[in-house]
Design a binder for this molecule. Structure first.
Ligand code: ZN
Length: 105
C-alpha cells in the first residue's frame, strides 16, 4: 500500500501534509492539527467517528469506542508483525515453590 506513505489531506486546512505519527494518530505538517484516524489511512469509518466526536465535543462513549477500536487495530498490527516473525509462545508463569494452596472448607 502506497497509501500509508503518501501525505493525506488535512481535515482542518485541507492541505496534503498529513503524516502518520503512529498507529491511528495523524498530524498535519501545515496547521499542526493532530487527530485520530485509521491505522493506515486517516479516512476511515473510525476517523469519521472521531471527527463527529470532536465536533460534538467528544463524548466519553465516543472516546471509549475510539480507544477500543484503536486497541483492536494495534493488536491486529502487532499480530501481523509477530505472525511474520517467528512465533513465540508466551512464557508460562513460573510455578511457585509452594504447591498451590488448596481451598479448605
Ligand atoms: Zn492542516
Amino acid at each position: 500500500m502506497t497509501e500509508m506513505k503518501a501525505p493525506h489531506e488535512c481535515p482542518q486546512c485541507h492541505i496534503n501534509t498529513v503524516k502518520r505519527l503512529s498507529v491511528g494518530i495523524w498530524l498535519c505538517g501545515t496547521c499542526g492539527f493532530k487527530f485520530a484516524g485509521g491505522a493506515y489511512s486517516p479516512r476511515t469509518k473510525l476517523g469519521e467517528v472521531a471527527e463527529r466526536a470532536a465536533r460534538a465535543g467528544v463524548t466519553s462513549s465516543a472516546m471509549a469506542e475510539l480507544k477500543a477500536e484503536k486497541a483492536r487495530q494495534v493488536e491486529a498490527e502487532a499480530k501481523a508483525k509477530t505472525a511474520k516473525r517467528r512465533r513465540r509462545k508466551p512464557k508460562a508463569e513460573k510455578e511457585p515453590d509452594k504447591t498451590i494452596e488448596e481451598k479448605t472448607d
